[in-house]
Design a protein. Sequence first.
Lengths: 242, 357
Amino acid sequence: MKVIIIDDEPLAREIVKEYLQSTADVDLVTECSDGFDGMKAIQQYQPDLIFLDIQMPKINGFEMLELIENPPAVIFTTAFDEFAIKAFESNAVDYLLKPFSRERFDKAIQKYFHHANSASTRQLLEAAASSPLQQSRIVVKDGNKIKIIPVNKIHYLEAADDYVKIITADGIFLKKRTMSFFEQSLSAFHFARVHRSYIVNTQLITRIDVYEKDSHLVLLSTGEKLPVSKTGYSKLKEVLGI
Amino acid sequence: MVNSILSDKRLRYFFLAWWLLWTLLQYIMLRQLNIDQTHAITDSLISNILLAVSCFFISNNMKYYLPRREKYWYILVISLTVSFLWMLAQQAVMWIIFKESDNYGDVIHASWSIRFGAGFLLISSISMFSLLWYSQQEQKETDGRKIETERLSKEAELFKLRQQLQPHFLFNSLNSISALTGSNPEKARHMIQQLSDFLRGTLRKNEQQWNTLEEELNYLQLYLDIEKVRFGHRLQTEIIYKDEILSFKLPALLLQPIVENAIKFGLYDTTGEVIIKIIAITEDGYLKIIVQNPFDAETSQPFKGTGFGLSSIQRRLFLLFARNDLLKTEKDKEHFITTILIPKMANDDESQKRIEP
């Protein structure tokens, strides 16, 4: 079984390594100190199992998983015991709260062998996608590069089949998610779904015009114009507090 | 229980002097009206002793019962009633003493209006005075309670703000120690020592307490040493100060959360080596502390995400100094800079003296 450890703290990697030494059938192929290295290593070695920290430089563990085509099985190792864990509790192979004992670690490995065929990381991500956390940024793949978009740099989002187009000053990015996912995850950041196909950053709105009966147009400070439906208009008024 | 009017020594003498003066005045007036000495003395003493008793009664009454509504009407009515009773008592006593042996009863009878006027004037003044006195006492008590409540809630809030910063650091440090026990037990023991000292400092220190910059920097060093074990060579620190400002005082535990925030920011926003620079200087009587960490302007999250550490520091500075302008942040392309200003401690000339010997 091929294993990779991804954690930004050297000593945290060391203890997993130590515990792995006495586990049978394990081939520790490499270890990484951040999500970017982690992604590359996963693509290169195609491991069966990764030990993944959540809080890491640049992109966190969840964000890294989102960017991988066929993610391997995951055991989270983290000091976080916040709500984020709850969403993954039933879907990750296991999660280890730091500091953890050898017994607890062995149990997680056992769980992996039992679960190897049932719960996949794909399901885990789907579960996460259906219960979006409030995120203050969105991580997307732009060719071979990874782009981190802080939500305040987004102009608006537009539906595009299975994807959502994210329109920013730096360009347009695609992310495989639903509109309702973003509607929820951006609700805390002054975004409003003004139309079936549009979610707009309300802080950029400079004008709202009447367009036809029951519909409006919003004008953004960036020059873009977006249609507003009847229900969208009431949502917009709610967000703007008018 | 509120303080009675007579609990004030100076007021006691004042009332006594007032009473003597009033008695003397009545005596002189009676003499001027050709009343003989015995009658004049007896009359003034009896009237004024009864008057004092009435005033005492009315004032004491106010101590236990303060009218809330219609207080001025209450005073008028009670003063009129007591004055009337006082008149009756006066006449009765005089009648008992002098019987009908002479015609002094007629004198009293003829002067009822002036007596009533004078008595009413005094009694109503005393009631008014009592009303104000006890209202003020009550106000003082309420204010005292309010200040106490505010102090307690402030303490609780400061405690909470401090607690929020700990758990993540603590669990990760314990995990590092756990790793070290296998590979390097000596170093593990050392780190346990440092962690214990750090935690002891957090527990022992009172938020309201002021410590010297030297003490706070030593405490900060403990924290930095632990973080360096956790993050290895990635984390570098640089602390710049002049020895003569080490005795400047600042509130306990203010520095560490700012540095903690800078470290978190620096470590999670960049992937390379992280240099945290801490500069302490004095400027216009303020202690100025500048903390600088690297960051990536391109990908940094909106302030909301990383701002927790700073907003709690902002709140603490406000609770301590009632000012919102002591914390400032600025950024250039690669650095995020947090600056705090700490005013010189009130009523403390010591620190200043030590700076300029």
